[in-house]
Design a protein around this ligand. Structure first.
Ligand code: HEM
Length: 412
């Protein structure tokens, strides 16, 4: 049996406050990549796990999806959270493995293909213009995260689902409560029970949508989900609601965090902002770089179904591994000068969308949204600077900036 290396630095993965301090986080990850790329982590309150920090190892684990499965522990939560999720029986795409995963993924897949994206582009461009116009009307100062970035992707995803605009605010609160779960400013209540209520409210809401779409099918993703069949049978109520839940939550904070973090990176690297404004053709590469830079999904987990090995380290059957995407995306073996924000970075083989059979279903949509937003904003942006201290959300799963106070000048 090999000796388990348990490097203290790997405790950051179970520390929500570490993700709110990027310098500390990246110092720990850089240390781990060099000294303990596969490190055993035992932290009070969490079931133990292995932290995987090298890009190549993240890809190797994801590729080997029969040995390393998403079930029963797809993301890192507290031991209490692990038990609660198991008891609730939630089974979204990220909880499933093949062959069931493939069948369930197919229900929504058509809605995210290039043809569907082209159809949605007009609406996305229109929304991007609406939000940049609102910035103009605000007169030159705002908290970019709370006043602009959180709303735009939510409007896009709700439009795709076919949810009425009057319910958008409610959805925004639910998703922030769910994903802001480790942040005192955003979470609901103090106890696990109170926070579980946020999930319950979301379930109640989507149950109503399912009933409505089954009674009267419409041309939207919500209707496709409500009326889907697997092996001839409809999805159970819990599986139907789980599907909405994954699309609504996965498609929202991830994209808004990337747009906010992307803008912060442009402000802090004025040469890159100018370069992009002068060469709008660089936009697709700049979008990829923003996604790498921000890496809003901090981790997913896999559990070994049999004894396995990663970088020569033995992983026993039943043990879980945490895939650290922010670390993989700063890996010196893959990226030249990984801590430089470069809007022309090419190639840019980041793992921010994961890899393999669970590769982000909404990647094309996310890219299109970020592209539309900056394509609208940058030609109109005459100046921009920070008007206060940017603040990050405390999280161990999905997140990024919580506040980005900016001062700017825009043309109409
Ligand atoms: C910049 C924005 C986004 C990032 C960085 C991101 C990242 C990720 C990552 C890392 C995964 C897990 C992949 C894996 O396990 O290999 C994932 C899965 C997923 N994402 Fe995204 N995502 C983003 C935006 C979106 C959007 C806009 C949607 C659309 C609604 C979406 C829907 C999903 C779904 C449904 C899954 C589960 C796929 C599966 O398990 O088969 N994501 N995403």
């Amino acid at each position: 049996m090999s000796v388990r290396i348990a490097d203290e630095a790997a405790r950051v993965f179970a520390d929500p406050s570490a993700y709110a301090d990027e310098a500390r986080l990246h110092a720990a990850m850089t240390h781990l990549r060099a000294n303990a790329p596969v490190s055993w982590v035992e932290v009070p309150g969490y079931n133990p796990f292995w932290a995987i920090t090298k890009h190549a190892d993240i890809m190797a684990v994801e590729r080997d999806n029969l040995v390393f499965t998403n079930s029963p522990r797809p993301v890192l939560t507290t031991a209490e959270g692990d038990a609660q999720h198991e008891a609730m029986g939630i089974s979204t795409l990220i909880h499933l493995d093949d062959p069931q995963h493939r069948k369930v993924r197919a229900i929504g897949a058509d809605w995210f293909r290039p043809k569907a994206m082209r159809a949605l582009k007009v609406r996305v461009d229109e929304l991007a213009k609406t939000f940049v116009d609102q910035m103009y009307e605000r007169g030159g100062e705002c908290d970019f995260v709370q006043e602009v970035a959180v709303n735009f992707p939510l409007y896009v995803i709700m439009s795709l689902l076919g949810i009425p605009e009057s319910d958008f605010q409610r959805m925004l609160t639910y998703t922030q409560e769910l994903f802001g779960n480790d942040d005192a400013e955003l979470q609901r209540g103090e106890s696990m029970e109170e926070r579980g209520l946020a999930l319950f409210d979301m379930f109640t809401y989507f149950n109503e949508i399912t009933a409505a779409r089954r009674a009267r099918p419409t041309e939207d993703l919500a209707s496709a989900i409500a009326n889907a069949r697997i092996d001839g049978a409809p999805l159970s109520d819990i599986d139907t609601v789980s599907y909405y839940l994954i699309v609504a939550t996965a498609g929202h904070d991830t994209t808004s965090a990337t747009i906010s973090g992307g803008l912060q990176a442009l402000i802090e690297n004025p040469d890159q902002l100018q370069r992009l404004q002068q060469n709008p053709g660089l936009m697709p590469l700049a979008v990829e770089e923003m996604i790498r830079w921000v890496t809003p999904v901090k981790e997913f987990m896999r559990t070994a179904q049999q004894d396995a090995e990663v970088r020569g380290v033995k992983i026993a059957a039943g043990e879980s591994v945490l895939l650290s995407y922010p670390s993989g995306n700063r890996d010196e073996d893959v990226f030249t000068d990984p801590f430089r924000f470069d809007v022309g970075r090419d190639p840019n083989k980041h793992v921010a969308f994961g890899y393999g059979v669970h590769f982000c279903l909404g990647a094309a949509l996310a890219r299109m949204e970020i592209n539309s937003f900056f394509t609208e904003l940058l030609p109109r942006l005459k100046s921009v600077e920070l008007a206060g201290r940017p603040e990050h959300i405390a999280t161990i799963f999905v997140g990024g900036l919580k506040h980005l106070p900016i001062r700017y000048s825009l043309t109409r």
